[in-house]
Structure formats: structure tokens, C-alpha cells
Design a protein around this ligand. Structure first.
Ligand code: CA
Length: 537
């Protein structure tokens, strides 16, 4: 081992002491790196990573799926690298938060840890539970390092406000996330054009409401619906360039409910709801809402993921002519076209200070950023889930495309696209969708100006920023008072249980009383740091 590596390791181990003192594992300074380099002399990745099978414990639970070493993709990874991960969460346990807190309170940390929330992972890092990975990446992870140099957003998301990298994020290559979809067959039937502005959209939704496009003689259409209304109650405020979140305008963080657009947006949403243009059950419908409303031929328009076009195939026999088409985001009241949903890097995985061989783990993490590792994580296993066609393009077999799950669901069931540090290319979305899906992806991809890349990360419409430790607790306390209050008020206005204009002045006053100005300042500090951390290399 090189001298520098030994020094790095000793530093790392000494950082780890506070937590390890209470832990169960003994570690010694010679339990370190194997002699093999990350790369071969010709620059290819050195496999296997260890000569003997090496097992690490892992804490990961993604979408209620605890990590499973028996997934096909992870069996293949084990075969290639000699590294195996054993889950410390039992397969029957789906409560991620509970399991995480239980692990922390036990003092026994898994070797590798991933969690849903970046700030909790970083807090664990600052408390001495996760290793700072900066030097390990520098020394042993050339592919991760290259990704950080290539993609500032990836580096920003990885870097904590103390300058340390505590986890390797899951990167996203594509911009687009959700799209606007409308019943194209209903437009045709009523002789309507695709709406291009929010005012035209109002007219189209009104026609859907009044003119019986499903042809059953009943006024049963639900023109605008959303299966995510329960978790993103402000999604349709985007139509008027506003939300109940923080937003960055010209480098300045604003809280949108304090801004002028918010009044326009809420007044219109209230009107649309009263006039029956919006699903009366939008806040309670739940994730199955899209299935229900499309299969019963009453849903007219929604903002959703690409899977919305799958119904064009699924429902073709039960609803003749059924067709959801993707359209450009309608221009707002100022004539501006924007798409607010984007993909941002998300949480991946880190290495705990109780791990006895972090060098081997970081090499494995690096392998997932090689072409071979990346293909496994994005496409599954060649010859089983995908093949390369005569033009050199990857294509999925029907086992992926025509299983009883969605293509993404199938890929996850074999351990691909899991929540680990990787580069999610998104190609599976292009390859697994139908012609209507390909058309809308092409439309959104050809308009990068719809996406404002100066915005900080959001997850499910909520700001996903990192805070300085001294700000974090304070921020959580303030927003704990503000967020539920604003959500409750918004729902009350839309549902008509309280009056927006009558409430407005008191509402704004209450936001100030509850500390919104300080929360804006904290976000401004975090945003400024976010911008700087991506620029400096
Ligand atoms: Ca009808």
C-alpha cells in the first residue's frame, strides 16, 4: 500500500473512533486495503475487486424493498467483483424510518448505509457515523471522480455544507421527469385544438366538463386530475408560475406564497375547482387514481410520468379510440412556458465508520460507474433482460416489456435501478415506451429552455437543499410550523371551506409571525453555498 493511502486511512480511522468506541466491531490499522489497484495497467477496471469473497453488511430499503443479495443483478455483481452485501433489514420489514432509527440507537452500524433523506445521512456523517469519502474517491474511485468533474449538479448534491462527501448520489442523466397529458381523442371528438396557454386550457377543460366527450349522456367527466395530489397539493399552481414552495428567481430565494403570482394561481384554482374542472377528490384520490379515472373513461388531463401513455395500449379494447397524448406545458399568464418537474441527483449510499475495509467498498461503488457496472444497474443482465441489436442499440426483451409489472417495476424486481450511487441514464424510459411516449419525450427533450437549471434540487415538488448544521435545526423548527399551516390553508381555499381573499392579509401576517423571513435567509445561505460548491473543483 502506498504511503499516502496509509495516512489517509489512519486519519479516517481516527475520525471514526468516537462511534467505534461504543460499537461492537474491533478494527485495526492493518485491516485495510487489498494490494490490487482499482484499474489495470490498460485503464480497464480491475476485476475481481478482491481475490476472496468478501461480505459487507448493508442498510438499504428503497420503495419498501429491503436490499436483497439474491436479486439477479446483485448475484451477477457478486460473481464479477467477489463482493457480497448482506442486508441488515429483514425482508419482511418495510418501515425504513423505524429500521434506521433502530440501527442508530443500537450503535451497530452496517458497513454500507443508504437512506431516503440526504440531510439525515449527512447528520450521521457529521456525528461520526459515516466516513468522509473525499480522499477515498480521490485515491480509489476514478469513475466517480470523473462524474463529479463532468456534472456539477452531481458534485453539489454529494457535497455536504462542511465540505465532506458522505454519500455517493444516484445521478440522473435526463432532464425530463413528468409531462402534460391530455385525451387526444376527446379533443378530436369535440373539434378542439391542443391548448397552448393556461387560458386555452381553461376553455378546453370547460368543454370536457360540459360537452360529454365520453359520449355516455352523463356529465361525469373529471377534466383535470392527479394521482399525486395527496403529496403535491400545489402541482397545478405551476400553471400560474407559483407554488407553496421556495423558488429561486435571479439568484434570490423567494417563498412563493408571499409573491404576486400566488394570488393569481390560487384564485384560478379555486374557480376551476368550483366549476368542476378539477377532480373533487384530488387531495384524497391517492396513487391508484389514474388507473381508476382512465379505466372508467372519465379522466381528461393530468401531469404525470411517461407511464401515462401505457393506457393507450392497455385500454384500447375497452375504450375504442382511447389516446392520451403528451403536450407542451401551457404558457402561464405571462406567456412563459416552463416545466417545473425535473430530475435531480438523489440519495445513494455511504460507508460507515464501522466498516473495516472502506477501500474495497469504494472500489465497488466506483465499479457501478463503469460502463459494465452502469449497464447492469440500468439494463439488467445482457442476454436475460436486454440484448444489443444490429445497430448497436440496447433493447429489452419481452420479459421486461411484457411482464405483469411496468418495465421499471420489473427492472427493480431484479435489483436494477435501485437507490444506490449510480448514473441512472433513463434510457429504459425511451426504449420501453410506445410511439406516443417517444413523441412526448422527443418534444420535451427538444426544449431545454423549458427547464430552469439554476433551480436547486426538489423531490416530489419539495425543496431538497442542504443546510449548515447551525441552520438545520432552526429551519426544521420554523418550517414545521409553516408547511402544514400553508397546506391546510390551500386545501381549505380550493375545497371552499374558507375564502382566500378574506383570509389573505391574515395569512401573510401569520407567515411572518411563524418565521418565514428567517427561513428565506437560511435557504439563501444554503443556495449560495450550493452554487459555490458546484463551481469550485
Ligand atoms: Ca360523460
Amino acid at each position: 500500500m502506498k504511503k499516502k493511502a496509509i495516512i489517509v486511512l489512519l486519519v479516517l480511522l481516527s475520525l471514526a473512533m468516537p462511534l467505534m468506541a461504543g460499537g461492537s466491531k474491533e478494527s485495526s490499522s492493518n485491516a485495510a486495503a487489498p494490494a490490487t489497484p482499482t484499474l489495470n495497467e490498460d485503464g480497464t477496471f480491475h476485476l475481481p475487486i478482491t481475490d476472496q469473497k468478501t461480505t459487507f453488511s448493508i442498510f438499504l430499503n428503497f420503495n419498501n424493498m429491503p436490499f436483497d443479495p439474491n436479486w439477479d443483478v446483485w448475484q451477477k455483481l457478486e460473481e464479477l467483483t467477489n463482493i457480497r452485501f448482506e442486508s441488515v433489514i429483514s425482508q419482511s420489514n418495510s418501515n425504513e424510518d423505524e429500521a434506521f432509527n433502530l440501527m442508530l440507537s443500537s450503535g451497530n452500524l452496517a458497513d454500507v448505509i443508504g437512506y431516503v433523506n440526504a440531510s439525515d445521512l449527512e447528520k450521521l456523517g457529521r456525528d461520526g457515523g459515516l466516513l468522509p469519502l473525499n480522499d477515498l474517491i480521490d485515491e480509489y474511485a476514478p469513475h466517480i471522480k470523473a462524474m463529479m468533474e463532468k456534472d456539477p449538479a452531481f458534485k453539489q448534491y454529494a457535497t455536504s455544507t462542511d465540505g465532506n462527501i458522505y454519500f455517493i448520489p444516484k445521478n440522473q442523466t435526463l432532464n425530463f421527469a413528468e409531462f402534460w397529458f391530455i385525451r387526444g381523442d376527446w379533443l378530436d371528438k369535440l373539434g378542439l385544438e391542443v391548448p397552448t396557454t393556461v387560458d386555452e386550457l381553461y376553455d378546453v377543460l370547460t368543454a370536457f366538463r360540459n360537452n360529454d366527450p365520453n359520449g355516455n349522456g352523463l356529465k361525469d367527466e373529471i377534466p383535470l386530475f392527479d394521482r399525486a395530489g395527496w403529496k403535491m397539493p400545489d402541482e397545478y399552481l405551476y400553471l400560474w408560475d407559483t407554488s407553496i414552495e421556495f423558488y429561486v428567481r435571479d439568484g434570490k430565494v423567494v417563498y412563493e406564497p408571499l409573491e404576486e403570482n400566488f394570488k393569481t394561481g390560487v384564485r384560478n384554482l379555486v374557480k376551476w375547482y368550483q366549476e368542476g374542472l378539477i377532480d373533487p377528490e384530488i387531495f384524497t384520490r391517492g396513487p391508484k387514481g389514474r388507473d381508476t379515472l382512465l379505466a372508467s373513461n372519465v379522466g381528461g388531463m393530468t401531469h404525470d410520468w411517461i407511464s401515462a401513455v401505457d393506457y393507450n395500449t392497455k385500454l384500447t379494447s375497452s375504450i375504442p379510440g382511447f389516446r392520451m397524448i403528451g403536450i407542451a406545458p401551457p404558457a402561464d399568464q405571462n406567456g412563459v412556458v416552463k416545466e417545473r418537474t425535473m430530475r435531480y441527483p438523489g440519495v445513494g449510499w455511504g460507508i460507515s465508520t464501522q466498516c473495516e475495509d472502506p477501500v474495497t467498498v469504494i472500489k465497488f461503488m466506483d465499479f457501478l460507474f463503469t460502463e459494465e457496472g452502469s449497464d447492469l444497474m440500468n439494463w439488467g443482465i445482457e442476454g436475460e433482460s436486454y440484448y444489443v441489436d444490429e445497430n448497436g442499440n440496447k433493447q429489452f426483451y419481452d420479459t421486461v416489456l411484457k411482464s405483469d409489472q411496468t418495465p421499471v417495476g420489473y427492472l427493480r424486481s431484479i435489483g436494477a435501478l435501485y437507490r444506490v450511487g449510480m448514473n441512472q441514464t433513463g434510457e429504459y424510459e425511451l426504449v420501453s415506451t410506445n410511439d406516443d411516449g417517444k413523441a412526448v419525450i422527443e418534444l420535451y427533450e427538444s426544449h431545454p429552455e423549458w427547464y430552469d437549471e439554476t433551480q436547486p434540487p426538489y423531490a416530489d415538488g419539495e425543496l431538497d437543499m442542504k443546510y449548515f448544521p447551525e441552520d438545520e435545526t432552526r429551519y426544521e423548527r420554523i418550517m414545521g410550523q409553516i408547511k402544514p399551516y400553508v397546506e391546510e390553508k390551500l386545501q381549505g381555499w380550493i375545497l371552499g371551506t374558507s375564502d382566500f381573499d378574506a383570509d389573505y392579509d391574515a395569512f401573510i401576517k401569520e407567515l411572518h409571525t411563524r418565521g418565514i423571513d428567517e427561513a428565506i435567509e437560511i435557504n439563501q445561505r444554503a443556495y449560495d453555498y450550493y452554487v459555490e460548491s458546484g463551481l469550485s473543483n
